[in-house]
Design a protein around this ligand. Sequence first.
Ligand code: LLP
Length: 431
Amino acid sequence: MHFFDYKGKNFYAEGVPVEKIIKEVGTPVYIYSHKTLTRHFQAYDQAFAAVPHLVCYSIKANSNIAVLKTFAEEGSGFDIVSGGELFRASKAGADPRKIVFSGVGKREDEIEYALKSNILMFNVESPQELRAIDKIAKRLKKKAGISIRVNPNVDPKTHPYISTGLKKNKFGIETEDAFREYVYAKNSLKNVVPMGIDCHIGSQITQLTPFVDALKKTTDLLARLRAEGLDIKYIDMGGGLGITYDKEEPPHPSKYGEAVMKGTKGLGVTLIFEPGRSMVGNAGILATRVVYIKQGTEKNFVIVDAAMNDLARPSLYGSYHAIKAVKANSKNEITADVVGPICESGDFLAKDRIIPEVKAGDALAVMSAGAYGFSMSSNYNTRPRAAEVLVRGKEFFVVRKRENLKDLIRGEELVPAVKKAAKAVRKGAKK
Ligand code: LLP
């Protein structure tokens, strides 16, 4: 469910014509819908209203601070994976007691920053990390809340790059090892407090079964840990619920909620979720203008001003994003590759796609681009990163300015000219 649609021939973001935004802000531009964001948060919150729960929006999906603030105002917590994301969360006014810190490679400075910020807990991904957190917490005279991220060896049936809960993946600790680590932490580590079990098996998951299977393994471990005297209060189910890009029919959060609440009934735990994509994916579009149309002998190419540096997903995962005309002027359709200006054949937004007939200067909306869109963008080919706009009702706000040419070389330095340096050496030799 989202609030992007046609009114007559014009494509709107909530109450604002997309054409109006791009006339003022230019292209490419990411456009987010405030109403869609809050609606998605509420869908999760309501799905779990009957039990203690905490929704920790996964910042990596879309880390713009205006988006984070929208969620913080709704009462959302946050799932972070770096010191940078913690900084963003604090700038957006997040409550640190609603922050969980995931990721396999947390550095010492990041752990220290998180401990000093008094976050709720760390999702620990290796025995070495567990010991590192204990050591740093001891130095800071703090107690660190922890969950161990369990790798349940469940196949989430999604793209291999975004499947994380299998033995061959780098994430988490296998259940038996996790059990030993919990007991070790309880008996031997004085500055960590085991308080939860964490499990995230992958992303863009469109069925309930993998979640239910992973949950079963988690609750089995919970029972064993409690029998050992560990006071486990939280089960963190991670993120992963898929969205509709094309024809997928992922379960609604309420159905997911029913399944999770059934699997945790009577356990007296607080449930944590780390949704990313399902909160922001369909709440954002990428608007772009057609630069040229090129008719090849085998294919039509619609060359637009957005590229793989702006939206990497099609190139990286072969993923599908629907493409719509911002002004529905033509009833005719063409089959084309929609490509960007980057010097790689892998630079495409859509391949062999039937789209409305367009001409140079027309604008297109690349749908479902709110998650892992801007947050994965880069400056490849020295392209300024896109602007970001948040629409709220009939108003819109530029929440990130388009980068300019100066931004592109910020922090870069020239080295002294070689000739001058050589002269100086010769002068020195004469002395
Ligand atoms: N929690 C953890 C520990 C994660 O690693 C992730 C995503 C999430 C939560 C949020 O998962 P979500 O609800 O968004 O599925 N760039 C890829 C997706 C990478 C997902 C990485 N981890 C894409 O564009 O499809």
